[in-house]
Design a protein around this ligand. Structure first.
Ligand SMILES: Cc1ncc(C[n+]2csc(CCOP(=O)(O)OP(=O)(O)O)c2C)c(N)n1
Ligand SMILES: [Mg+2]
Length: 517
């Protein structure tokens, strides 16, 4: 054991508070933190070869573990490389302790090459930011960072650590602080929801976050039984419990005209762990707010409030406690035959997926058949791209697998999005994670070809089209996987796809299936 310093006090404090994993891509200013890892057996350290992998993995980990991992990023530029996935994590309300190294306190004013406005980079994605100004304050700052990250429903707490606060002597780790509990729901909202449900008027619940856990859905299912209230999940959900024996929900469609249609005629929209719906983008001449005219919105539980308690209060007041919710029954399809298409891939997945799989969905336009096909599969968790910043899928799958080593993770991954953070494959191989990656190789940014028309831009010419096309050269996903240490297959049809999938599910460790569709 070498002498206690700020870095060691940081790690000791994090471990005391239950933070067990650090996703990292360090530099010179973080070397004392890296050195301290050797002396802290309670902290697992996972290297990502790009900061977007680090932050996306922390997101996937936090969603599945229900507690934060920490990151370790190299000053402003390292943080900036990780910002898009921190944006997605903020949208998912994932708890993350985001540790960013900084120049030593006395070096900051000298404008050395890596000097930058770290707070400026961090603030749009962080719910809490602190710069440790001395080695003595690092431990207490870290304890506060964990508490802030866990503030319901979860947020990013950025702790900026000047290098001398890491290497200077310090007293040691401190005990964790008490965590905040979620706010109780407003009784006036509970009453209004009860009235709405009893009114006989068309009602729906729009749900996300704490509203779509297995326990919350079970309560919502009783209300559906009670009065026929529709249960609708947000288009993009941080994590939802699905499959046999659970209450299934509709999903709000992505395209705004379909979303409008899905909500048309509602008189009451009850929000549980989410906010009122808006379209993903604005389109010329189309509406942005999706709540129908004349529909009352009731916030039964805002994201920071206790969704379970809100639902339980409504169930009780409606006298629905004893009602049995309708649960999905296991209904696996036959194995598909014929061509490899998004539909046959979804069918094979539903036929073969193991119990308690974790499906990470960044399948984009290839994903439309997946929710319907898997709803009657075995129990699983489903994670979406919550912030629209592509490149989350492979990193989040990596983090989810670190959080849940006993479960198979399936990364449902569109090709263009995969290329943003493809380095995650290397981390999956290095950590020998049980991740099956399915690459939907359509050789293009298909959604942008659709959106091109929808926004009313002129008909795309060859130059415009070439910006939405991933050929010349074609990406060779088998080679990319193998180059990062992951075995891979490129099945030619639905039957051989099923064989590859079954083999992957039966074999520990990562595997990649390139589906040319
Ligand atoms: C960080 C970021 N950069 C760019 C975009 C714009 N964008 C949205 S979808 C998309 C391409 C998606 O292509 P792919 O992942 O292959 O899915 P496909 O549409 O082909 O199904 C791009 C570039 C984005 N959403 N996020
Ligand atoms: Mg594509």
């Amino acid at each position: 054991m070498t002498e206690m310093n700020g870095a060691k006090s940081l790690l000791a404090t994090l471990v005391n508070a239950g933070v067990e994993v650090c996703f990292t891509n360090p530099g010179t200013s973080e070397m004392h933190f890296v050195a301290a890892l050797d002396e802290e057996p309670g902290m697992r350290a996972v290297l990502g070869l790009f900061e977007g992998v680090v932050t996306g993995a922390a997101d996937g980990y936090g969603r599945m573990a229900g507690k934060p991992a920490c990151t370790l990023l190299h000053l402003g530029p390292g943080l900036a490389n990780g910002l898009a996935n921190l944006h997605n994590a903020r949208r998912a309300r994932t708890p993350i302790v985001n540790v960013v190294g900084e120049h030593a306190t006395y070096h900051r004013s000298l404008d050395a090459p890596l000097t930058s406005d770290i707070k400026g980079f961090a603030s749009p994605v962080s719910g809490w930011i602190r710069v440790s100004e001395s080695a003595d304050s690092v431990a207490s700052d870290a304890a506060e960072a964990v508490k802030a990250a866990c503030a319901p429903p979860g947020q990013i707490a950025t702790l900026i650590l000047p290098a001398d606060t890491a290497w200077n002597p310090a007293a040691g780790g401190v005990s964790p602080l008490d965590l905040d509990t979620p706010e109780a729901p407003d009784t006036a909202q509970v009453d209004a929801v009860v009235q709405a449900l009893k009114s006989g008027e068309p009602c729906a619940m729009l749900m996300n976050g704490a509203g779509v856990t297995e326990a919350s859905l079970a309560l919502a299912g009783k209300l559906k039984k009670f009065c026929g209230v529709r249960l609708i999940g947000d288009t993009f959900i941080s994590r939802i419990a699905r499959g046999a024996g659970r209450v299934d929900v509709e999903r709000l469609p992505y395209f705004s005209e379909q979303a409008e249609e899905a909500l048309a005629g509602l008189k009451h929209l009850i929000l549980v762990g989410t906010k009122a719906p808006v379209s993903f983008f604005a389109y010329p001449g189309k509406t942005s707010e999706l709540t129908p005219a004349g529909c009352e919105v009731h916030a039964l539980a805002r994201p920071e409030q206790d969704a379970m308690a809100g639902l339980a209060a409504v169930v009780e007041a409606c006298g629905a406690t004893g009602l049995a919710a309708e649960l999905a029954a296991l209904n696996r399809p036959d194995l598909p035959t014929g061509d490899l298409t998004p539909a046959t891939i979804a069918q094979a997945l539903s036929a073969l997926m193991p119990e308690q799989a974790i499906l990470v969905n960044e399948a984009a336009t290839s994903g439309f058949a997946l929710p319907g096909m898997t709803a009657c599969g075995p129990q699983h968790d489903w994670l979406d791209l919550t912030g629209g910043a592509i490149g989350m899928g492979l990193p989040a799958a990596t983090g989810a697998a670190v959080a849940c080593p006993d479960r198979r993770v399936v990364a449902l991954q569109a090709d263009g999005s995969a290329m943003y953070t493809v380095q995650a494959l290397w981390t999956m191989a290095r950590e020998n994670l049980d991740v099956t990656t399915i690459i939907f190789n359509n050789g293009k940014y298909a959604i942008l070809q659709v959106e091109f028309m929808r926004v009313g831009a002129h008909n795309p010419g060859p130059k415009a089209m070439s910006m939405l096309d991933l050929t010349r050269p074609d990406l060779d996903w088998q080679s990319l996987a193998k180059g990062m240490g992951i075995p891979a297959a490129r099945p030619a049809d639905a039957q051989s796809f099923s064989q590859a999938l079954a083999e992957s599910f039966a074999t520990p460790g990562p595997y990649l299936i390139e589906a040319v569709i």
